[in-house]
Design a protein around this ligand. Structure first.
Ligand code: AMP
Ligand code: GLY
Length: 421
């Protein structure tokens, strides 16, 4: 099979690494790819992911059998509908189903219509009504702008003053005429739950927990994710069963019934509350860096699973995850998620990979001749697997310590929640 992979981060490097292990893979082409992905794929840097015409042309020229979409933006833009219309199978949902990530209001209304457990909410188009509602409800309370905000459109307000200030802030962040969502504050532990969905059939792909804050002890600003591990010990088989039957399956059913079947990976951000799992949000792609730990644990042929998902033929397949734990530590450029420099040299990746069970995925690097340079905020994902999470963590940090990159930093406490149990 000839596969086109869209994206350039650590998530896509992990997908490329796992796809390359499939005996059915004849060729892998990545758009745009990165120096890590280039080890398994031919990288085509010249076409932007927004140029759907050029992507269709590339698929024809390369006789592509499957397109795997890494990030959400092309899905929300309708790349999957376009490719499917051209007869090209795609791993990733169409524009309507991608609204699960693209529009928080779409998701909340779907939950309301189908009794899917989520935080109670109200929607408001003007600031005065929103402030009155906030005063009635009191704090803590959660305010969200609609639309793809790269995780920035959410304020969890712990006091009434904070909440009232956030009303103005969230209206300012959204587009003109936008609505805001005001939600009940959910208390509990968060978990990321991944499922393959082929329209009808739902196959669980494992759980993970990530670390959003930049610094140890969950301090500092929010980031795209500073590390992750899988499985999440809080997510017991009983909780998984409930999440499947109360949240994921009703969502897949609702979209199929509305003639916009979901094909791809459905990433549910869940809060494990005293009453059971509740949906915080959906994403329509693998998490980054959660994907890196899931791929490390996957025992079996990723290409076969992704192709069966795209073709609507998941029934009869199984996702087998190794019982071992996996952890990934994100190494970022000093300054991230604020301003940071680019172009510092990284050495020692080969030495890091001599630690048992370790792979280093590239998230934001570039090559300058033989030199590997940092080229982004999140730069490397040092990923380790081991029989248990303690051992996986010590392997990952042993590998981190072999990487010679003075301009980088990482958290030293990834997986603290799992280890605290
Ligand atoms: P979202 O972009 O919807 O995932 O929200 C970002 C983060 O805000 C989540 O990962 C949670 O930590 C937090 N959050 C969102 N909604 C709620 C809620 N209703 N109750 C408590 N925390 C929330
Ligand atoms: N690591 C969180 C995400 O990919 O959305």
């Amino acid at each position: 099979m000839r596969v086109l992979l869209l994206g350039s981060g650590g998530r896509e490097h992990a997908l490329a690494w796992k796809l390359a292990q499939s005996p059915a893979l004849d060729a892998l082409i990545a758009l745009p790819g990165n120096p890590g992905i280039a080890e398994y794929a031919r990288c085509v840097p010249s076409i932007p992911l927004t140029d759907h015409d050029a992507i269709v042309t590339l698929c024809g020229a390369e006789r592509i059998d499957l397109v795997v979409v890494g990030p959400e933006a092309p899905l929300v833009d309708g790349i999957a509908d376009r490719l499917v219309a051209e007869g090209i199978p795609v791993f990733g949902p169409g524009r309507v189903a991608a609204q699960l990530e693209g529009s928080k209001l779409f998701t909340k209304e779907l939950c309301r219509q189908h009794d899917i457990p989520t935080a109670a909410f109200g929607r408001f188009a003007d600031a005065e009504a929103a402030r009155a509602f906030v005063r009635r409800q009191g704090a803590p309370i959660v305010l969200k702008a609609d639309g793809l905000m790269a995780g920035k459109g959410v304020v969890v307000a712990m006091t009434l003053d904070e909440a009232l200030a956030a009303v103005d802030e969230v209206f300012a962040m959204g587009e003109i005429g936008t609505e805001i969502l005001i939600e009940e504050f959910l208390e509990g532990e968060e978990v990321s739950f991944f499922c393959l969905v082929d329209g009808e059939t739902v196959l669980p792909f494992g759980s993970a927990q990530d670390h959003k804050r930049a610094f140890d002890g969950d301090e500092g600003p929010n980031t795209g994710g500073m590390g992750a591990y899988s499985p999440a010990p809080v997510f017991t088989p009983e909780l998984e069963r409930r999440a499947l039957s109360e949240i994921i399956k009703p969502t897949a059913r609702a979209l199929a019934d509305a003639a916009s079947p979901y094909r791809g990976v459905l990433f549910a951000g869940l809060m494990i509350t005293a009453e059971g799992p509740k949906l915080i949000e959906y994403n329509v792609r693998f998490g980054d860096p959660e994907c890196q730990v899931l791929m490390t644990r996957l025992d079996g042929d990723l290409l076969e699973l992704l192709h069966a998902t795209a073709a609507g033929r998941l029934d009869g397949h199984a996702v087998r995850m190794r019982p071992e734990a996996a952890i990934t530590v994100v190494m970022a450029t000093r300054g991230y998620p604020g301003d940071y420099g680019k172009g510092s040299q990284i050495r020692g990746i080969a030495e890091a990979e001599t630690v048992e069970g370790v792979h280093v995925f590239h998230a934001g690097t570039k090559l300058d001749g033989e030199k590997l340079l940092a080229n982004g905020g999140r730069v490397l994902n040092v990923t380790a697997q081991a029989p248990n999470v303690e051992e996986a963590r010590s392997r990952a940090y042993a590998a981190v310590d072999r990487i010679d990159w003075p301009e980088g930093f990482c958290r030293r406490d990834i997986a603290w929640r799992a280890l605290a149990r």
